[in-house]
Design a protein around this ligand. Structure first.
Ligand code: LHQ
Length: 260
């Protein structure tokens, strides 16, 4: 598949996916969502050990391309549209067995904000902001927002963010635990892409299982979760990276993980 509205490249073990419609603040339309899904599928190859998602221009992503969903426009069935366009994007990120870092370079609104929050580590430029814009146009939060927000920031803040739809600065997003980190925009590449590069040198199988275990924990009892941990530790303990990690520790040298 050739891409019109995203850029995709693999280097240093990192698949970099850049949303590339700056004139519309990287708002996503159906064809673009297919490109993103295709790229996330391509990121499944073993050579890729981390994914970096970011936007071009002054925004990260303004969510759904409103031109496509205006009354009388091409898309009228929003339930079907969300089920087939946005929900699969969230699941593609969450189900990827490797870390996904989001470098939020500017405003992230509507489904664009929740796409960022679906990622494993979110780092935002200090000029960036997060807007649950849905209520402003009479819609409900989607793209996993109603699931993710209360878990990340608690029910009171989730309710305020979604009902009021006010812009939340990157700094406040860190303060309330919505995202991991913020940094000056000029340093986003170093900090956020740097995290992705660093993660790409780590024990990929163990990181993938960690991601899966934390996701499972949301709905498990402690007993069931302890069993998940037992199972995953069994898998991690059989990896070459575990053997390398222990050997490096004992030899007092840095480990050379290969993701196997
Ligand atoms: C846009 C957009 C956009 C197209 C800015 N589309 N062009 C799921 C399923 C089914 C149905 C519907 O939705 C969904 C999920 C959703 O995501 S619903 C929520 C959709 N997103 C929004 O409502 C956000 C709309 N955008 C905004 O509120 C503002 O643009 C933000 C706060 C993001 C940025 O504000 P400003 O920095 O003041 O920029 P701006 O508003 O001037 O926008 C710049 C340009 O980008 C402008 O075009 P123009 O040709 O006038 O320069 C906008 O029309 C365009 N743009 N968002 N979502």
């Amino acid at each position: 598949m050739t891409y019109q509205d995203i850029r995709f490249e693999i280097a240093d073990g990192v698949a970099r996916l850049t949303l590339q419609r700056p004139e519309a603040l990287n708002a996503i339309h159906t064809a673009m969502s297919k490109e993103i899904r295709d790229a996330l599928q391509r990121a499944r190859v073993p050579e890729v050990r981390a994914v970096y998602l970011t936007g071009s221009g002054r925004a990260f992503c303004a969510g759904q391309d409103l031109a496509e969903v205006t009354p009388g426009g091409p898309i009228q069935d929003f339930a079907y549209h969300h089920r087939t366009v946005w929900a699969p994007l969230v699941l593609a990120i969450r189900e990827l067995d490797k870390p996904v870092v989001c470098g939020v370079n500017g405003v992230a609104a509507g489904a664009g904000a929740n796409l960022a929050l679906a990622c494993d580590l979110v780092v935002a430029a200090s000029e960036a902001s997060f807007v649950q814009a849905f209520s402003k146009i009479g819609l409900v939060p989607d793209t996993g927002g109603t699931w993710m927000l209360p878990r990340l920031v608690g029910p009171a803040r989730a309710m305020a963010l979604t009902l009021l739809g006010e812009r939340l600065s990157a700094e406040d997003a860190v303060r309330i635990g919505l995202i991991y980190q913020s940094c000056p925009g000029a340093e986003l590449e170093t900090v956020a892409y740097g995290l992705a590069r660093r993660l790409a040198t780590q024990p990929t199988i163990g990181l993938g299982l960690t991601k899966r275990a934390l996701a499972a924990a949301w709905s498990n009892t402690l007993e069931r979760q302890l069993e998940v941990e037992s199972e995953y530790q069994g898998i991690a303990g059989r990896t070459a990276d575990y053997r390398e990690g222990v050997a490096a520790f004992q030899a007092k040298r840095p480990p050379q993980f290969r993701g196997t």
